[in-house]
Structure formats: C-alpha cells, structure tokens
Ligand binder design. Structure first.
Ligand code: SF4
Length: 328
C-alpha cells in the first residue's frame, strides 16, 4: 500500500484491510471484488490484484507465510526491488537497501548526485548508492530511518536542515546548494483524454460492467464507456461505445454532465449520457462481466474514482428515489 502512496493516506486503508483479511489464507480465499472494494480509492489497483495473486501462490505452495528469502519472495506477483528490500530487510533483516523517492532525494542532496531522480535510468544509480551506505548490522532500521529522514526532514520543499542529523555530512547543505538537488528531468504536459460513459437504465436498475482484470483499473466496475475522438460528437460516441462494448442500441435521453479526474499519466474528461435501450441483449466485448443494479446496490461494487465523481449526477435522476444520505 505504501508504494507510491503516503503513510497518512494508507493507515485507514491498512487497518480496514487487515480486519477484513487478517492472514494470507483469508486473502487468498476472498472474492476479488471484495479485495478491490477494500482498496477502492487508494489507486494503483494492480497492487491489490498482485497481493491476492501472491497470497494464492503461497497457499497453493503449502506454506502460506511470507518467505524469509529475498530470491523466493521476488518471484511473487507484484514484488519488485522496493517491496523486496523493504519487506525482507524490515521483517527478516536481509541486507537490501530501499531506494524509494524519499531515499533518492536524501542521497541526491547528501552526495550531490545530479542524476535526475525521475528518470528510470537513474534508479539503478541511486539503488547502488543506497546499497553502499546500508548498515548491514541492522538494515531494517537503517532503511526505515532513511525513508523517515526523507519524509519528515529532507522534504521535497522546505527541508528542515537545521534539525537534520546528517547536516554535517550533507554536501548540498554544506555548499549552500540544497535547492539544486534533486535534479529532475523536464516532463511534457500531461495529455488529456476524453471518454463518454453510458448510464443505461432499465426497470430502475443501471447497467455496470467490470473492466478486464489486467491493465489500468483492472477488475473495477464502471458504466460502459468508450473514447471520444477529437471533434466527434459525444452522444454519437456514446451510442457507438455501447453498441461495441455491450451490444446495446440506445438513444440518448440526456447529457448528465462531465467530470475530470487526474491520473498519473493523463487527465480524463469523462462525460456521462443517460441512455434508453432500444434493442439488443447485453453481449460483452471488452468488459469481463456485467450487472444490473439499483443505485443503493452500487456500494457493493469496487468503482473507480471517475465513476464516483459521476454518481451525484446519476443519483439526481428522478428514477432513483433515494434517501438523502448515501452508503458511500
Ligand atoms: Fe536533506 Fe538538509 Fe539534511 Fe542535507 S542537511 S540531508 S538537504 S535535510
């Protein structure tokens, strides 16, 4: 959970998750929808899918415990350098250095390394530096100290050099060049993508679909949707998307509005249209499952953030006579 996500955000999720899935067998046996529901809002959903796959592999192997063995642990789904070093050093004392964003920033300032920390090529350089500094007598405590130093003292903006325990050894501080480190490579403007979602209502229930398990937002539920090419009419794109992804011919009854959501690599503008089904039966092309649900049943399904942003517009539809407080 802590990969790419701040501790303050994670704490509640972690406590809820551990209550629901207190050990590896219970996580392995859970319905994947329940696992994603517990992760809903935390983002980077592949982490949840990998966690459950790893739990299932461990149960299938007959030893449902986290392996005290970096090589074996690294074979599990979703375990890369960072997870391997963090778990194996903190839980079992293996001498592997963590090089996350906080540690890279500390190292860059401490050693005045000008390699841009946001370039994948620089990761190996910082990992080697972290390995060289690692205190092999207590690597778990060392790694936690380095991460905490970056998170609390050597902050991205306004580092607290006056409280820093390593300021005497810090090259950037000693030379009055803290503001120059870490270097970052210029990144281009974040692209925009436009999509349209169709809210198809039949007998008081809405059609939702589950995204394919692999890929972005994999396994999460949403209204059937498709891209809107530049210059194309949103309503026509919505009709096409519904025909293509769920096999339904629809008319557009109303445009419900637009929401915007920022992902790491792009910003999504998502329009929603209220649709009346004219013909066809649901035939999936892309999504892995579908369900017709009442509005109050939506809370059982893991939905992604952009869909959550649409819900107030959907809830306002006269067809849903809802109580004023939603169960989200
Ligand atoms: Fe970071 Fe300042 Fe400490 Fe150097 S002295 S490691 S720049 S907080």
């Amino acid at each position: 959970m802590l990969q790419q996500t701040q501790v303050a955000t994670v704490i509640d999720y972690f406590n809820r998750f551990i209550r629901r899935f207190p050990d590896i067998p219970s996580l392995a046996a859970a319905d994947p929808d329940r696992v994603l529901k517990a992760w809903e809002g935390l983002g980077y959903y592949s982490r949840a899918r990998h966690l459950q796959k790893a739990a299932r592999e461990l149960v299938a192997s007959g030893t449902p415990r986290v392996p005290d063995d970096p090589e074996r642990f690294a074979q599990l789904p979703g375990v890369g350098d960072y997870i391997n070093a963090a778990v194996q050093s903190i839980a079992f004392g293996h001498a592997l250095a963590v090089a996350d964003g906080n540690v890279k920033r500390v190292l860059s300032r401490l050693l005045m390394k000008a390699d841009p920390v946001n370039r994948p090529a620089a990761h190996k350089i910082f990992r080697c530096l972290a390995d060289r500094l690692l205190d092999c007598r207590d690597p778990g405590t060392w790694n936690q100290a380095m991460m905490e130093l970056g998170a609390l003292i050597c902050r991205p903006r306004a580092p607290r050099c006056d409280q820093c325990p390593v300021s005497r050894d810090c090259g950037a501080f000693q030379q009055g060049q803290v503001g120059k480190f870490p270097a970052r490579a210029a990144v281009g403007a974040v692209p925009r993508r436009q999509m349209v979602a169709g809210v198809v209502i039949r007998k008081g229930k809405m059609l939702i679909v589950r995204r394919p398990a692999e890929g972005m937002l994999g396994g999460l539920w949403e209204f059937p949707a498709g891209p809107v090419k530049t210059g194309r009419d949103t309503e026509a794109a919505c009709r096409e998307a519904l025909l293509r992804t769920v096999g339904l011919t629809v008319t557009i009854a109303a445009h419900l509005g637009r929401v915007r959501h920022a992902y790491t690599h792009f910003t999504l503008d998502l329009d929603a249209c209220l649709c009346r089904p004219l013909a066809g039966r649901v035939r999936l092309n892309g999504p892995e499952a579908f369900a017709w649900v009442r509005f109050d049943e939506l809370s059982k399904y893991p939905l992604h953030k952009a869909v959550h942003k649409l819900l107030p517009k959907v809830r306002a539809l006269p067809v849903f006579r809802l109580p004023p407080v939603l169960p989200f």
